[in-house]
Design a protein around this ligand. Sequence first.
Ligand SMILES: *[C@@H]1O[C@H](CO)[C@@H](O)[C@H](O)[C@H]1NC(C)=O
Length: 421
Amino acid sequence: MRTSSQLLIGALAGSAAAMPTVVEPRQVQCPAFPSPVPTYSQYPVQSTLPDPFLPLKYTTTDNAAGSSTFAKDIMAGKGSNRVKSTEEWYKCRQPEILQMLQEYQYGYYPDHSQEKVEATRSGTTINIAVTAGGKTGKFKATIQLPSGASASKPAPVVINIGGMQNAPYLSAGIAVAQFDYTSVAPDSNSKTGAFWDIYKGRDIGALTAWAWGFHRTLDGINMTAPEIDPTRVGVTGCSRLGKAALAAGLFDTRITLTMPMSAGIQGIGPYRYHGMSGQDETLENSKSGAGWWSNSKLGTFVNHHENLPYDAHTVAAAIAPRAIVIDQGSGDQFTNSKATAVVVYPAAKLVYDWLGVGDKIAMNVRSGGHCDMAGFTSILPFVQKTFFGTATTKDFYSGGTYGAPMTTTYPWATAVPPKAA
Ligand SMILES: *[C@@H]1O[C@H](CO)[C@@H](O)[C@H](O)[C@H]1NC(C)=O
């Protein structure tokens, strides 16, 4: 059977005999982001994790056409117009997920092309000043270098907020950078700090503001620290700061490795299946306890979290093909380690596998509790694998003590779309 493009080439052959035949790549048409932006009630209630391959346009109930099985069908991966190629994923679906997440949760990340960054360094301190729209925000970061790091042999770096285990990283030849996240945006409703000095008035969550702090710290490192390689960069933090590290990995493709630790809801814990372990952190109680982490629109999904057209696996999947290592303690009394390990992780890994980068998404279930510092040494072999290509025999690809994946929580997995040739 001849395709229409072959027919076209045949038809042109006579008139353009001297020209070489160019086979055009299959044209990928992206479905438009729904406009006006759907509200929660335009999405069906999905009790299982939403199909990451289904474009937003085909997730809304106006596609149900009276079908009483619409929700069940899309949960099972029977929606129409699912993504069929890696090209379509990266060209259409990944940008759509980024827009969707900014729309419904994070708020819109500021346009970096409108920012001017200036940085000066004094010893281990980097002073960063960002100017946009006539306003300037300033904050500081500090760096610690491993021995032997130099401009001719620059070290990879892990940027953290809230502290980490520095010594094992430095010994492994990895620099550690840190900034005071409260000087970028406080963990409260008071809109002070470098980010709000520039962007006050915008409906943006603190997680996004902290993510921006990571990125501007990387800008400052790139400008003033030749001993650091700005193309091998990890971002980390724990708990709410782990939620921020996830956002930092999501919104900047310069981040090589995203390292959310005990991150929970609005991080790598699911909105659905919220009560499987820990103290049942939910969309509802996180929004009422710390509403400033996200934009206001996430609040419209309170008591309707099963209408969300995404879940934590969607966020992780949007980071592909870049690396992510998820750390959870089995004794964590706060976040839902179990669901992260046997629901979110395997669902996100399916997308990574489908994209051909399954070894880039790692799960580390360790003993110990919430934000146990030992988590940092526990994930270090994966960090070394990512930065240096060092082989490791440690198992980073299972739910550990939580056991096998709960495949019933992502029924679309049995119908992963066949890839177009
Ligand atoms: C570092 O700065 C240079 C010069 O502005 C730029 O071309 C490069 O993309 C930057 N690298 C990173 C990783 O930000």
